[in-house]
Design a protein around this ligand. Sequence first.
Ligand SMILES: [Zn+2]
Ligand SMILES: [Zn+2]
Length: 389
Amino acid sequence: MPVKNRFAQTHADITAWRHHLHTIPELQYDVHRTVAFVEEKLRSVGIENIMTGVGQTGLVAVIEGAQDTQGRVIGLRADMDALPIHEQTGLEYASKTPGAMHACGHDGHTAMLLGAAQYLAETRNFDGRVVLIFQPAEEGGAGGRAMCEDGLMARWGIQEVYGMHNMPGYPTGQFAIRPGAIMAAADELEITITGRGGHAAAPHEAVDPNLAAAHVLIALQSIASRSVDPLAHVVVSLCAVHSDTEAHNVIPQVTRMKGTMRTLDQQVRALVMDKVRLIARASAEALGCHAEVIIREGYPVTVNEQTHTEHAIKAARAVASQVDVDLPPIMAAEDFAFMLLERPGAYIMIGNGDGATVHHPEYQFDDDAIPAGCSWFAEIAEQRMPVNS
Ligand SMILES: [Zn+2]
Ligand SMILES: [Zn+2]
């Protein structure tokens, strides 16, 4: 397939960059060594317009096209952070930091955007500007939101924005995408049910929060089956259930439950939050208890704009033989969602072949995907901002 020829030449270098990044995984916003490496590589290929410290530790760099007749600006984003996982790949370039690992392939994303940057800086075959966005803290730290709140889109005049993630289980270097919601909103749920403790042999003299918790737990599953359109997607999972006793003859005073809610639509998301609060409070009250419900809003739904999804597909078809345009939505959440709330754009998956899934201690990014990934970033810039001859 016609990946850009230049990447056949730079593939080995980009792979070496990726392996180096893999040895130095950094968590959340603490990506200082990674940022220093990114900055050094960008400068080595002649990119001087660089700003660090955006959204705490994000890096933004600008590549000017051969022309700028239309004022066009495209943002291309990669995430840089790793996970608190102890690597078990046995690779010679495995993590040198115990308890931290690039188990989501963000080292691959960063290396591929660096590779595309090198090509774009060499060729500058576009009419406008490319803004490279290297973000920290994708894994739960909302680094994308932090960069947006630091004025990313307005300060650099970004008009549309594109991101990519590797996908194990899909052929290496092939692409998959869908218009609309591609990844879920994820919100954290905490329910504290207070009753009145007592002797387990005299339940009539106590108010059992465990019984109320059991009712709440079951009743919350009615949201997916009875409150939400069957064709919509919703997950309510209660994952931790703890009372304040370890004894077998004590009715506890308090029972706490923790869980997660996943949705693919903003309206469904709001409905689920309302229903969770109502059901928990009313079910607990019916059994004489009091329920306190805390919902912590996480990442919003990642929504691909229709026309920009088509742009992403066109770029993918230029470099890969297989582009699945109807990828089923994924119920995991993605911080790129915040960037897509501010500017239209698209988020695409690149196949990572067979092997362990992301977030697994044996996960490995497939370096054979690098030419296709670099080519896609470069194609987006060249196709969306063609040079007038
Ligand atoms: Zn991840
Ligand atoms: Zn990831």
